[in-house]
Design a protein around this ligand. Sequence first.
Ligand code: EPU
Length: 428
Amino acid sequence: MGYFVIDGLKMPVSGEVVISGAKNAALPIMAASMLCRSAELGRCPVLSDTEAAAKILKTAGFECTRDKSFKIRRISDGKAEIPRELCGAMRSSVLFAAPFLCRFGYVRMCAPGGCRLGARPIDIHLDILAKTGAEITYDNDSITAKADCLKGAEIVLPFPSVGATETAIMAGVCADGRTIIKNPAQEPEIHDLCSFLNFAGADIHCGKEIEINGKNAFLGNAVHTIMPDRIEAGTYLAAAAVTGGELFLKNAVYEHIRPFADILTQMGAAVCQTETGMYIDAPERLYNPDFVETAPYPLFPTDMQPQLTALAAVKCGDCLIKENIFETRFAHIPQLNKMGADIEQKSPREFLVHGMNRRLESKTISASDLRCGGGTDTCGTFGQRRGSDTKRRLYSARLRRYLSKDVAYWCKNAVLHLTRRAFKFYYI
Ligand code: EPU
């Protein structure tokens, strides 16, 4: 288990940072590459999850190479089984079920692992596979699905699950006939997956419902640049806001992270889109919103809830936060309280954050899931933290002094101001 030391300097998080490709777009796109002759992905992030996805592709007979882009190409027959340790390594292993079924007519796998956020069943994924013609059987803890050919179907999702929508799209593109997905997730990562597949020859129309004209054949070659990571962008915005910083986030898209960016604006920060990214200038004193609850896109993302909680803990006023997506996405709260925050549980899914308008104390704390790390690190920029391994790339990024024309255009006073600021961050 790794750890970070964050030296919470009395300095704001300021400068420029380049936002990477989105993990949650890269993973389904890597799975969907199995439906294509070949795929070439730009901006594919280097993370333990994408490494696990590459290992699953290798099992299926695909060669994965990385230079400037990430290239995937089928080179051998492969095996129709997702190794147990790779299923356990991440939740997204379930996204490979539909592509394996399309390629092999068969897949054997076990329940996926992933961040511990409460029960995370895969019943909707399996219902979709059954609806498109697969026969599912259970044997101890392994699941087998068989189908000679997937068939188009009308799929009504009981909840706009991101992963289940992706499974339905991947099952639909190479199926025989038309698939309609009702009540689909609308996250930008879903649109990124559809753009990738349409480039390779799929026929997908995204609206309130998703309509797919199945090809009953594999797709061609795909070249695609993974969308920028909106949650990474949001986490940097939180770090700038918590420290009263001024930051340019190259590649970030305001629209993707609007609910959080709008809250920062209400709190008193200046946040805007520029031609090439996003810009934030946060004063030291920010005022908390009264109430924020998580919900599917385009509403407030659950993946930003820990970072918002951390921010609210050190700003002015009370904020009630409700988590509606995951049962127990609250691992960051005891850690923040250990650092001196005042966060009170009001109901199983509601927490009242009493903003303290001051720094938290330096403590050794741990992060048991990725965004818990995002939340505690957000506050860590305000104190000193030693915690478990979270997401190296977020915090090892080099923040450069900002002197771009872009921000000078949006905020004429920014350049001089920024050259006076400094930023110090350690990763060990
Ligand atoms: N759900 C079911 N049955 C299913 C599928 C989902 O009950 O078959 C429930 C889940 O238990 C959960 C809710 O539906 O309570 C939402 O889950 P969803 O399927 O939408 O989430 P996911 O596809 O597992 C993705 C992201 C998560 C992000 C959520 C919500 C990826 C790889 N993961 O997960 O990202 O929080 O959507 O936006 O895309 C993260 O990046 O830290 C992360 C957890």
